[in-house]
Design a protein around this ligand. Structure first.
Ligand code: WT7
Length: 566
């Protein structure tokens, strides 16, 4: 029997007050996410239960109980408060997947500041754009990544503190301070900052088609959504060993790699390393993982490794598997059912939605290739792209639209209320994805409604890549598109027109690829480069990415009357 029981019944009679009761909000319980994920579990008798099993890149294992998490997050909270950081100010966490990331994040929430988690593979340009936009006051980082922070520090007026988790014994300059939570004095009691449900909690940057990345601002109320979906979609039970492979630099890694599981008092596994098929299987076997949440690209990579590898490991501990971030093709669902004995349950959501909004539920029949049905408490439909009215005809493709008002929905884009407002049409929040709904209410993903590139489940903004490319001395014009890829869904392809005096060459390609990797990240780095004499533009001079993409994929090009040089 799954936690959700009957989907239809739950959907019919759902009320978010159910989550409020479970988290004791109705009894005047504390609302702070940092408290709910640590102290509260101790109060409920789970102080000695393992909260975190962490494995370092070299295979070293460490365990932290909920009491450890409680005390160490207090230490972080006190440290930040003593630094003079005020509630509402932004503290960025720029770390690999090490314990300080997970515990530090709760510490920031406990003292009332806003956490801005950023992917540690970000290069200095990607980091700068986001720190500048958020007016970030402090950054928590490590020796490995401090070089990037140092190179942009002078340009960041608001950034006062650089905290280095392994900085002891290092030469530190002004404003840099070492803080090792395991060596610092344990803070047994901390006066957790009293938040209201609407107090900001997390700021997650996400990419759009145009302009800079946008900071989706979440509030402490969001935990109701993360709690409820973790319980009913990921189906976590007290004795589970749960593993979410996402990095908390992205929203899956915070909503389901920290808040969801720990609000339920569940033991979770974190591996510092990225994707290595044999070691992933090994981890499931070694730690007896029961619930596994990952992304389609990883599943396709496992498929590529073949059945032989799966058979070498004992994966019998697994009882539920789920996937998110990009379309999960039917073959992958069928494959996993065949070789692992469990089908992956696809679900759908976004940085903006804060929690899963459409899902395949345990106990409900999966339609391979479908994202499933709306979560209880979520009203979802598809609307037409002109009047934004729900499309009645079964199977017609429209824009995925959600009725605003669920707890974990973002509250604004940081300093960008206008773009936030533009996401709402005719009383619906428009996700920016196209889908159809079948006769039984299952949603089928069709594609994005913009030029944002989805590579291995991570969104990358073409504008950010193009801007980085234009900083390269040889480049005059650039366009970035997502090129369909059998494993990664899409990879970045760049079209480039060179400045006079520069000739296309393989060497130049490599130099460009490395340039973007260093400035932005390995995800944003073009996998393919095509040199052109010039790029197609509209009369107003805008480069036509869609035309390039259509040419690349051999699709219908559509109306090209606005092209000036075809
Ligand atoms: C975009 C959101 C998913 C949360 C973490 C990423 C795409 C997400 C699916 C799915 C097809 C999916 C959409 C969405 N996406 N889940 N199950 N099937 N596409 O959050 O970085 O904000 O990305 O990822 O295009 O809008 P994000």
């Amino acid at each position: 029997m799954s936690n959700i029981g009957s989907y239809d019944e739950r959907y019919r009679d759902f009320d978010w007050s159910r989550a409020e009761e479970d988290l004791s909000w109705d009894d005047g319980g504390m609302i702070n996410i940092g408290y709910l994920c640590s102290d509260r579990n101790c109060e409920l008798g789970l102080a000695d239960k393992t909260a975190l099993i962490w494995e370092s890149f070299s295979g070293q294992e460490k365990r932290y109980s909920f009491n450890d998490i409680r005390i160490y997050s207090n230490s972080f909270a006190k440290f930040f408060r003593d630094l003079g950081i005020e509630p509402g100010e932004r503290i960025c966490i720029f770390l690999d997947k090490i314990p300080a990331l997970y515990i530090g994040l709760l510490g920031v929430l406990k003292m009332g500041a806003i956490v801005q988690p950023l992917f540690s593979a970000f290069g200095e340009d990607a980091l700068f754009t986001r720190l500048e936009d958020a007016g970030t006051e402090a950054i928590l980082t490590s020796r490995k990544h401090i070089g990037k922070v140092r190179r942009i520090r002078d340009k960041l007026k608001a950034l006062e503190h650089v905290v280095v988790v392994d900085g002891e014994g290092m030469e530190l300059s002004d404003g840099e301070v070492a803080f090792d939570f395991e060596k610092a004095e344990a803070v047994e009691r901390f006066d957790v900052y009293q938040v209201s449900p609407e107090t900001p909690s997390l700021l997650h940057y996400t990419s759009g088609t145009t302009g800079k990345p946008k900071g989706a601002l979440h509030v402490h109320h969001s935990i109701l959504g993360q709690y409820m979906t973790t319980k009913w979609v990921l189906d976590l039970l007290a004795e589970d060993i749960y593993w979410c492979t996402a990095d908390p630099g992205w929203v899956t890694g915070t909503s389901y790699g920290i808040i969801g599981p720990w609000s339920l008092g569940i033991t979770q596994l974190v591996l510092e390393m990225g994707f290595i098929p044999a070691r992933w299987y090994q981890a499931i076997e070694k730690y007896k993982v029961t619930v596994f949440y990952t992304a389609p690209t990883a599943i396709r990579m496992l498929m590529k490794e073949g059945e032989e590898l799966v058979k070498k490991y004992d994966l019998s501990s697994l009882r539920h598997t789920a996937s998110v971030g990009e379309p999960l093709n039917a073959e992958a669902v069928i494959w996993s059912e065949e070789v692992m004995g469990l089908p992956f349950h696809d679900n759908y959501w976004q940085t903006e939605t804060g929690c899963i909004v459409i899902a395949n539920y345990p106990g409900m029949k999966i339609r391979p290739g479908s994202m499933g049905k709306p979560f209880p408490g979520i009203t979802a439909t598809v609307v037409d792209p002109t009047e934004y009215k729900p499309i009645e005809k079964v199977g017609s493709v429209g824009l995925i639209a959600l009725k605003p008002g669920w707890p974990s929905m973002f509250r604004t884009y940081w300093n960008n209320q206008e773009t936030y407002d533009s996401k709402f049409k005719n009383g619906w929040y428009i996700c920016g994805d196209r889908a159809s709904i079948d006769e039984d209410g299952y949603f089928w993903f069709v594609g994005r409604d913009d030029d944002v590139i989805n590579t291995a489940g991570h969104l990358v903004g073409p504008f950010e890549i193009e801007s980085a490319l234009l900083e390269h001395p040889a480049i005059a014009e650039s366009a970035a598109i997502g090129k369909p890829d059998p494993v990664n869904m899409e990879v970045v392809k760049a079209f480039i027109a060179l400045k006079p005096g520069h000739e296309p060459s393989d060497e130049l390609k490599l130099s460009i690829i490395n340039f973007v990797r260093k400035k932005l990240s390995p995800l944003a780095m073009p996998q393919e480069i095509e040199f052109r004499e010039s790029l197609p533009k509209t009369r107003s001079g805008k480069i036509m990415r869609r035309l390039l993409k259509a040419q690349e994929t051999g699709e219908e090009i559509g109306d090209i009357s606005t092209l000036e040089d075809d």
